[in-house]
Design a protein around this ligand. Sequence first.
Ligand code: CP
Ligand code: NVA
Length: 312
Amino acid sequence: MNNELFKGRDLLAMDDFSPEELVHVVGVAEAQKRMWATGVKKAPLVGRTVAIILQKPSLRTRVSFEVACLRLGASPIIMSGPDGAFSRGETIHDTAKVLERYVDAIVLRTYAHATVVELAAHASVPVINALTDDHHPCQGLADLLTIQERFGRFAGLRFAYVGDGNNMANTYLLAGALTGMHVSVASPQGFEPSADVVARATSIAERTGGRVTVVNDPAIAVAGANVVVTDTWASMGQEAEHDARVAAFEPYRVDEALFSKAEPDAIFLHCLPAHRGEEVTDGVIDHPRSLVFDEAENRLHAQKALLSLVLG
Ligand code: CP
Ligand code: NVA
């Protein structure tokens, strides 16, 4: 696939890429990761600048984007906390029109997904979603890279997500459907993923040979899975709901008994940060088949590939 196709593109949700484009980005990330490890250190973005706006806390996203920029030769400008962009009531439109005069791309972590959509609509430079309440496509890219490295394929793999029907569930539904995986999501009643995303994923899966299932029973989702994934029970912005959610989510903890229902070579993934003892036990997150730290490393490689493609 021609890399030129990606120049100037936004990434707001996984299905901004076609199935072929998504697999291509993962392939570029895998190739670049291998080249870097063998000492081939290219810096194709010298002289370019990337604004990174973080309106929620972050460890992985912040550091991996900053290091990705530095390794590519680009200069990152991090704006986080109350002194950052949007802090004085400036509109999204005006912020986009100002930033596009200075920088070559904008990376945004925010609350409402509509914010990143509006920013992208007004900015003439690529906008990359670094997590919203509804989607986390950069994490999706890293997770696909991790799966590709382990299994060498996506089509037909069984992917089980257990827990809140949140931004990660949405991301996996779309990523799995686009790559022809069989995605099962098990969430407590009332916490299922959004009907809109399930419909989008189902329609994509019809074209790719994938499959999308939403259930309430975690054992059904995990039975025979190749990839088992979970996420926090209360996402950023939902901290006040945490205690009230625990009772509903207790049966959704990924423990050794649940993980053992997956295939004998199944891997465990978690976008992190993990809440050990809540959504996952130490026995699973520290299991020899838990790849959570490879997954975290792969944020860097996936974002290097993405930035190098959209900035051409
Ligand atoms: N997984 C992830 O996005 O981590 P951070 O919230 O630390 O960036
Ligand atoms: N669902 C989590 C993901 C963190 C990377 C959150 O939004 O807080």
